[in-house]
Design a protein around this ligand. Structure first.
Ligand code: URA
Length: 267
């Protein structure tokens, strides 16, 4: 085909084909040394050395430094052992009942979350819920993951159901969504809906002290009951108050992924 100057006309492929070609060029997955490091196989430097030494395989083939992997699909092994979880690490999801304190030891002798899970190996709560707050709490002896999850820049989303006094109007809900001035500064934008009058579903990724209660107080609707229903990818509506269960390998992987994505703004 030619145009009016008799030059051959360049026929561009349709846009969706251009996008597909572009995204195929983008690097996929996480760097192998990072995946190994966040699963507790040593510092990134140590993990790089393991890769350079040819000790790490991906889908049965010796990996080279710089290799990216998608942990949902790729099988990664070190010295022939699936990376899975570092031996000895445990991850519990507890449904904390009201009245139990989130600490390893309480000088006032109140019941603690540590008393609700097995004594050995010793695990620690990741973050905290107020004594009056109910719901999901992660407990683990994986200090590296706990540290990442607790760090505000990695903070994963946490979703709460709050029963509040009265029924907040649209303006009040908008203030929660957009960020609200508290005594320790503005809150980041939050996801907020009101599934029924007086019940707010609030998702935040910051972990400030009594944050949800203070946000609701600030709009004139103090919290009567607060339940955490999700931590990043973890939910479990069937877990009874006071009960715990171990996370599946897939859940731990999803948590590690969520913690390494960094805290994205919610709204
Ligand atoms: N926000 C609160 O106000 N309390 C909690 O326990 C957790 C989040």
């Amino acid at each position: 085909m030619t145009d009016s100057q008799d030059r051959p006309r360049v026929v561009e492929p349709p846009l969706w084909e251009q996008w597909a070609a572009k995204s195929a060029e983008l690097p996929q997955g996480e760097r192998l040394q990072k995946v190994l490091a966040v699963r507790g196989w040593g510092s990134r430097r140590v993990c790089e050395d393991m890769i350079s030494a040819g000790r790490v395989t991906v889908n049965g083939e010796i990996a080279v430094l710089g290799r990216r992997v998608e942990t949902e699909h790729d099988t990664v092994e070190v010295d022939g052992v699936p990376i899975g979880l570092k031996p000895g690490l445990v991850y519990y999801l507890l449904n904390k009942p009201e009245g139990v304190v989130t600490t390893a030891h309480d000088p006032q002798g109140r019941p603690t979350v540590v008393q609700l899970v097995p004594e050995e190996p010793r695990v620690y709560p990741v973050g905290r819920l107020d004594q009056a707050t109910e719901g999901l709490l992660l407990m683990t002896n994986d200090g590296d993951l706990a540290h990442r999850l607790a760090h505000p820049s990695h903070g994963v989303d946490k979703e709460y159901l709050a029963e509040v006094e009265g029924a907040p109007g649209q303006g009040a809900v908008r203030r929660l969504r957009e960020g609200i001035e508290l005594e320790d500064g503005m809150t980041a934008p939050a996801k907020v809906s009101q599934p029924s009058p007086g019940v707010l579903r609030i998702t935040i990724h910051e972990g400030r002290n009594r944050q949800v209660r203070r946000m609701c107080e600030a709009i004139g609707h103090p919290v009567n009951r607060l339940v955490r229903v999700r931590i990043g990818p973890l939910r479990d509506a069937a877990l009874a108050p006071g009960k715990w269960r171990e996370l599946s390998q897939a859940e731990v992987n999803a948590l590690v992924e969520a913690a390494s994505e960094g805290g994205r703004p919610i709204a």
